[in-house]
Ligand binder design. Structure first.
Ligand code: PGA
Length: 253
């Protein structure tokens, strides 16, 4: 399979300067030691740490990403950050459409699509997040919700090089609960079909699909071994070097 594993850390709103730099340095050191060719590592710190984390990971293969962006290039958008600014700072990736942004900032599929498109046009790779709430899962709507989110938030210009999709069930984020491995594989296989319909089979076969939501060293091996899971988007466990690297190790086949 041509899909290289991606282990991505979403630090969310965590980390002051000293902690953030020391976490980034620790990860960079371990990634160097591990010398993996089959797996990429990405850290997505808060905006305030991007610049210092960039320095801390310099010389390692760890990549830098942000957690959100605006869709405009520049202009009157107080408090917002544009994709070009992120690119300028050395980011390779940006996460868009995380459920915490869909909820806290009322982000719609349409807005997320605009952000993803702008980020790709600025030369960034995007991680587009999707996933159902607990009520939607209980109502048997997981696949239909994810399908609508892909249809609405993945832009036409997406391909396997510039886009990664992260399936993150909202009820699994930060809760210690996860779907069963069989459920995760069922959703990921369904996502691949929807992507195939939207962007074509060649792109869908190569596009990386990450699982996110309470991924830990203890459950990572089972989840990362699933045929349609190509990596993880990790929140809580990405804030400790040992846990983040243990998840990386669990991806070795
Ligand atoms: P979690 O978060 O690993 O803490 O559940 C994952 C995410 O929200 O990306």
């Amino acid at each position: 399979m041509v899909r290289k594993t991606l282990i991505a850390g979403n630090w969310k709103m965590n980390g002051l300067l000293e902690d953030g730099v020391s976490l980034a340095k620790g990860i960079a050191q371990e990634v160097k030691k591990a010398g993996r060719k089959d797996c990429e590592f990405l850290v997505c710190p808060p905006f305030t740490l991007l610049s210092s984390v960039k320095k801390a990971i310099k010389g390692s293969k760890v990549m830098l990403g942000a957690q959100d962006c605006h869709y405009a290039e520049k202009g009157a958008h107080t408090g917002d950050i544009s994709p070009l600014m992120l690119k300028d700072l050395g980011c390779q990736y940006v996460i868009v459409g995380h459920s915490e942004r869909r909820t806290d900032h009322y982000e719609s599929n349409e807005l997320i699509r605009k952000k993803a498109e702008a980020a790709i046009n600025a030369g960034l790779k995007v991680i587009i997040c999707i996933g159902e709430t607990e009520a939607e899962k209980d109502a048997g709507k997981t696949i239909s919700v994810c399908t609508a989110q892909i249809e609405g938030s993945v832009p036409e210009i997406s391909n396997a090089q510039n886009t990664v999709i992260a399936y993150e069930p909202v009820w699994a984020i930060g809760t210690g609960r996860t779907p069963t491995a069989a459920e995760v594989e069922e959703v990921h296989a369904a996502i691949r079909k929807v992507v195939s319909k939207k962007l074509g089979r060649a792109i869908s076969n190569k596009m990386r699909l990450l699982y996110g939501g309470s991924m830990k060293p203890t459950n990572a091996k089972e989840l990362l071994a699933l045929p349609d899971v190509d990596g993880g988007l990790i929140g809580g466990a990405s804030l400790k070097v040992a846990d983040f690297m243990a998840i990386g190790d669990a991806s070795k086949q």
